[in-house]
Design a protein around this ligand. Structure first.
Ligand code: BGC
Length: 230
């Protein structure tokens, strides 16, 4: 549950492991467990790491392929018996950062990049989201951007943060060439370590860590759910 006047969580965050394989029925069961811990019947916001258009999932890079083409809004709302809104995970973080966090009151082009298992992107112009940008899938250095510079590489290859940050720097300079953002917000779990890697990044845009840290997606999902319900 989220207080949408402040953007803060009103209960401790509950975490359940993403099922493996992350098929729709398995994830639905995990979501049901989560939602059942809340005794209200309010609207539910759910984020998916893929393109989502009108509740239908269009891509699934890091989750089970059975999601592609699925009307996830229908599936979840039928099963949970509550109004459900579905949106991309990075887009959710982006709208939350724009209202309450590192993008608050910033005019012009703001780009949030989330670094985790993949790279997610949210592009906002004067606070208005351009939904479903997928900058993690830009072709880059013989790979795609998230293959080249996702934060999972730091763990998987026990690589140094400096090695990873230099790759991110190359990617950011390419993205700047394409989009000329005024501000770039770095999100995802690794943004906790922003001070350790910011020195390796050389952007023209102002570079800031996400203000809501890992709660941004939750807050953005709640914002979207409320907007749809009203
Ligand atoms: C997906 C995006 C998602 C990002 C972060 C990418 O692989 O294509 O939709 O936002 O990962 O989870």
């Amino acid at each position: 549950p989220v207080d949408l006047s402040t953007g803060s969580l009103t209960a401790d965050r509950t975490r359940v492991q993403t099922p493996d394989p992350s098929t729709p029925p398995a994830v639905l069961e995990a979501v049901r467990q989560l939602v059942n811990t809340d005794d209200s019947d309010g609207a539910v916001g759910i984020t998916i790491p893929g393109v989502v258009i009108s509740g239908v999932v269009k891509t699934a890079s890091n989750i089970d392929k059975a999601w592609v083409g699925l009307d996830a809004r229908y599936m979840f709302s039928e099963s949970l018996a509550r109004p459900v809104t579905i949106l991309n995970d990075a887009d959710a973080a982006g709208v939350a950062e724009a209202r309450f966090g590192a993008g608050k009151d910033v005019r012009g082009v703001v780009l949030l990049l989330t670094f985790g298992t993949g790279i997610g992107s949210a592009l906002l112009v004067d606070g208005v989201l351009v939904p479903n940008t997928e900058l993690g899938h830009l072709e880059f250095r013989g790979d795609i951007a998230e293959g080249y510079a996702a934060a999972r590489l730091v763990k998987r290859e026990s690589a140094s943060i400096e090695w990873w940050a230099k790759r991110v720097d190359e990617l950011l300079s390419y993205i700047e060439l394409l989009l000329s953002p005024n501000r770039i917000i770095i999100g995802g779990g690794i943004s906790k370590r922003f001070e350790e890697f910011v020195g390796f990044l050389h952007t023209d845009a102002e570079l800031v860590p996400a203000g809501l840290r890992n709660n941004a997606g939750i807050v953005g999902a709640a914002m979207a759910a409320e907007e749809d319900a009203s």
